[in-house]
Design a protein around this ligand. Structure first.
Ligand SMILES: C[C@@]1(CC(=O)O)C2=NC(=C\c3[nH]c(c(CCC(=O)O)c3CC(=O)O)Cc3[nH]c(c(CC(=O)O)c3CCC(=O)O)/C=C3\N/C(=C\2)[C@@H](CCC(=O)O)[C@]3(C)CC(=O)O)/[C@H]1CCC(=O)O
Ligand SMILES: NC(=O)c1ccc[n+]([C@@H]2O[C@H](COP(=O)([O-])OP(=O)(O)OC[C@H]3O[C@@H](n4cnc5c(N)ncnc54)[C@H](O)[C@@H]3O)[C@@H](O)[C@H]2O)c1
Length: 214
């Protein structure tokens, strides 16, 4: 059976991570990007987890897991190095909680993909659990193709798209404009730092369409 890929809004949503080692740290990293309300339960934890707790980015309980910990959590990640504890975390969850058990793909109601992050542009890669190492390798390859400029480029295209959608033009013409604005020269100008040139050209295209009404 395949997976259904979604981009979940987790801002302010309670997410419990059991365990504070290297794997937990990686899962927490993604939850932090999403602005989740993170609670970590673990007797020991990595330096990064410790720092996040200190700066108030998450709540850390330095003790072993107890089943009551899952209460109120929308998402639960079982990331300890003890399979029996991970199983106990899974068993404590109700049917409406989303559970990730890092050593048991069969118990996961969701898995975590490898993610290329370029600002609001996220490219997620899953192998359906077949080989996470492949997901990581592909992420690195994709990262070389989609460089850091894609963060600004995505933000630019977002702002431009809002402008186009607000124009009093028919839908077909708006689609044509959006396609025109996806031309590679706007990406190139972002890459080379020629922002003014890029913005002026986008303005010219939008203004022309606005004035002619077509
Ligand atoms: C993508 C990534 C996201 C993340 O974790 O953030 C992720 N694993 C990553 C790396 C990685 N994981 C492992 C290795 C060592 C090499 C190897 O074993 O292959 C490496 C490579 C490394 O660390 O270098 C070991 C491993 N992983 C799982 C098991 C259990 C099993 O398969 O039975 C075991 C054996 C554990 C053991 O030994 O007991 C299970 C899962 N790992 C997943 C995700 C989900 C499926 C994703 C997919 O569909 O591909 C799934 C099902 C559940 C989940 O964790 O959500 C992240 C790369 C991030 C990046 O860098 O881009
Ligand atoms: N899914 C993945 O991506 C992936 C990748 C590599 C390994 N793994 C699996 O993940 C497991 C964890 O790997 P790691 O490198 O993070 O291990 P680790 O040894 O760095 O960390 C284990 C953590 O579990 C915590 N822990 C132990 N008992 C606990 C308890 N009763 N309650 C709460 N916390 C408890 C420890 O305090 C520690 O912080 C591995 O054993 C392996 O099976 C999964």
């Amino acid at each position: 059976m395949g997976f259904y890929p979604i981009m979940a809004k987790l801002q302010g949503k309670r997410c419990l991570v059991v365990g504070g080692g290297q794997v937990a740290e990686r899962k927490i990293g993604g939850l932090l990007v999403a602005g989740a309300d993170i609670v970590v339960v673990s007797p020991d934890c990595s330096h990064a987890v410790e720092e996040w707790a200190k700066e108030g980015s998450l709540t850390l309980f330095r003790r072993p897991f107890v089943p009551e910990d899952v209460r109120d959590a929308l998402i639960v990640v079982a990331a300890t190095n003890d399979p029996a504890v991970n199983l106990a975390v899974y068993q404590a969850c109700g049917p409406h909680q989303w559970v990730n058990v890092v050593d048991s793909p069969d118990l996961c109601s969701f898995t975590v993909p490898s993610v290329v992050e370029r600002g609001d542009l996220q490219i997620a890669i899953s192998t359906g659990g077949h080989n996470p190492g492949l997901a990581k390798k592909l992420r690195r390859q994709v990262e070389t193709y989609f460089g850091p400029e894609y963060a600004e480029y995505t933000a630019f295209l977002g702002a431009i798209r809002s402008r186009v959608l607000a124009l009093s033009l028919d839908e077909k013409r708006k689609r044509e404009l959006l396609t025109e604005l996806l031309d590679d020269r706007f990406l190139q100008w972002t890459k080379t730092g020629e922002r003014e040139r890029r913005n002026l050209e986008a303005e010219r295209i939008i203004e022309k369409a606005r004035q002619t009404g077509t």
